[in-house]
Write a protein of this length. Structure first.
Length: 179
């Protein structure tokens, strides 16, 4: 007599990877997007080509930009954070693309991007692409602080900053895809 063994655990899919259902459920409850938390560690672990890493960050930037645009009128707080995350991923993509060793080595050593590392990356990238990037980054930072954390921005305030974030993401994509 054969006995069928069925697993008692569940898996959940985040992007194209699977993880524990319990972990995925906790992430969902807390509003945490696992993809950006997974990209950098996997890139480092697998020693992926920097172009692949930059393209991965661009994919996330575009995803967050689109999500943020859809939320501007209905949920300006979440739109603010999505648009900030789009800008953050664009900066990570450009830092990788331009091989900003000082910043990238510090990120790898610490295991994460910090505000200070992002700021250094923005300064170095702006030297290459122009001061508009620093201005756009400051607008993204305002979304993060005043739109998301302090919840002081309404839809009009978020919408006013959207073109700068969109330019960051689209220009980053153009630069990274140009190879």
């Amino acid at each position: 007599m054969a006995i069928a063994i069925t697993p008692t655990w569940k898996t959940s899919y985040v992007g194209s990877s699977s993880m524990s259902w319990r972990v995925a459920e906790e992430l969902r409850k807390r509003g945490v997007d696992a993809e950006p938390l997974i990209v950098d560690p996997l890139v480092n672990l697998l020693k992926l080509d920097p172009q692949v890493a930059a393209e991965s960050h661009i994919e996330l930037a575009v995803k967050y930009l689109e999500e943020g645009k859809k939320l501007v009128d209905g949920d300006p707080v979440q739109a603010s954070e999505k648009l900030y995350k789009a800008a953050e991923e664009a900066v990570k993509a450009l830092a990788t693309h331009f091989n900003l060793r000082e910043v990238l080595e510090d990120v790898e050593k610490s295991g994460r991007w910090s505000v200070g590392r992002l700021e250094k990356a923005v300064l170095r990238i702006s030297e290459r692409v122009g001061g508009w990037l620093s201005v756009a980054w400051d607008r993204a930072w305002a979304l993060h602080v005043w739109g998301f954390h302090e919840t002081k921005f309404d839809s009009e305030d978020v919408r006013a900053r959207l073109p700068d974030i969109e330019k960051m993401v689209l220009e980053a994509r153009r630069i990274v895809e140009r190879k």
